[in-house]
Design a protein around this ligand. Structure first.
Ligand code: HEM
Length: 198
């Protein structure tokens, strides 16, 4: 039976803290609008952390800290989804009318967010052991939808902000890590291939 370690429980509590602060502020009379940006920001940050874990594991194999991160990737990914859900909920509450929400979907700044959310929902819905066993090789393929979701989140952010560097700076670490992984694989591939043919 899978165990939920004490450090995983502490991690969940830490990741839930910003949501607790946001909900407390809303309960104390802050406007719905106040919570839109911080919740979106947290969702994007957690998505970037989640997507950085695999390349970190490839670059620093057999390290305790990467093993720790790898075994908690699901927690980071699910918390990214829950902050995106909170972001969507406070956005809908702040607009307050279904017809306006639907009309807003015509704008690129909005449909990029909606599609990103749909992809994250698909990934989150199969982030459990039963789905992993049932879906076989499709499980990993569906999990990879997190990458287009991140690209759409970046587009959503860029279309809504006057300072693109903040948005680009968030995605840069994931891109840099995958470039480093690709560079390492390229530099180590030829000798391995030659060795195999000998
Ligand atoms: C589900 C559909 C979505 C809607 C309707 C939506 C709506 C919005 C709106 C209205 C803003 C502007 C807030 C402001 O400037 O005050 C915003 C900003 C933002 N959203 Fe979304 N969003 C959606 C999905 C997402 C998703 C899935 C993510 C990330 C995973 C995300 C991340 C962000 C970020 C990072 C910002 C900018 C925050 C900042 O400027 O610091 N959004 N969103």
């Amino acid at each position: 039976m899978p165990t939920f370690s004490r450090s995983s429980a502490i991690l969940c509590l830490l990741l839930a803290l910003p949501a607790a602060f946001l909900l407390a502020a809303l309960a104390n009379g802050e406007t719905w609008r106040f919570a839109i940006r911080p919740s979106g920001d947290l969702a994007a940050k957690l998505l970037v952390v989640t997507l950085s874990i695999s390349p970190l594991g490839a670059l620093f194999p057999q390290r305790r800290w990467t093993a720790w991160l790898m075994s908690r990737r699901r927690i980071f990914g699910l918390s990214a989804f829950f902050y995106a859900l909170l972001h969507l909920a406070v956005f809908c509450a702040s607009i307050g009318r279904l017809d306006w929400i639907l009309q807003g979907m015509a704008f690129a700044s909005m449909w990029t967010g909606w599609i990103a959310f749909g992809l994250l929902a698909a990934v989150a819905s199969i982030s459990n052991a039963v789905s992993k066993a049932r879906l076989g090789r499709w499980w990993k393929r569906i999990q990879r939808l997190a990458y287009p979701a991140t690209a759409l989140t970046l587009a959503h952010w860029l279309l809504l902000t006057a300072s693109p560097w903040e948005a680009l700076g968030h995605v840069a670490p994931v891109v840099a890590l995958w470039v480093a992984v690709a560079a390492r694989r390229l530099s180590s591939a030829p000798p391995t291939a030659i060795n195999r043919t000998r």
